[in-house]
Design a protein around this ligand. Structure first.
Ligand code: RET
Length: 133
């Protein structure tokens, strides 16, 4: 697949509020999060990916190998422990996050030169698009 690697800045964010609500994130944090100009920094070292979500308020990072289950602690988001697994579905990088919340995960893919991200949780879907910095 096309490389996701590099620095990305958000250009659209649809239903982030609904997604955060589904995660049970409190109204105060939701309000702050909605105003952030999010950046993604994606690195790949051999079969290991590092995805960083960055903002002036808080950062969040995950490291994983595709096809290998890992324990994820969503620190600073909803602070839950989930069992995560990332796999390729064609050109889409799909993560399932198994835990207390049903149907939780995300999907990354490229369209033209944009990075697309869908975040889902219990029927709520947030759609974010990033352009290369
Ligand atoms: C911030 C700020 C504090 C509140 C919330 C946040 C959301 C982070 C998200 C990160 C998604 C990361 C992904 C990583 C892939 O490996 C910005 C930390 C709710 C939604 C998809």
């Amino acid at each position: 697949p096309d490389s996701f690697c590099g620095s990305w800045e958000i250009i659209s964010n649809v239903n982030f509020e609904g997604y955060m609500n589904a995660l049970g994130i409190n109204p105060y944090l939701r309000k702050i999060a909605l105003r952030l100009k999010l950046k993604k920094v994606i690195e790949q070292q051999e079969d290991r990916y590092i995805i960083k979500t960055c903002s002036t308020f808080r950062n969040y990072a995950t490291t994983f190998r595709v096809g290998q289950e890992f324990q994820e602690f969503t620190e600073g988001l909803d602070n839950r422990h989930v069992k995560s697994m990332v796999t390729w579905h064609g050109k889409k990088m799909v993560c399932e996050q198994v835990g207390e919340k049903k149907c939780r995960g995300w999907t990354h893919w490229m369209e033209e030169d944009k990075l697309h991200l869908e975040l889902f949780c219990e029927g709520e879907v947030c759609k974010q698009v990033f352009k290369k910095k």
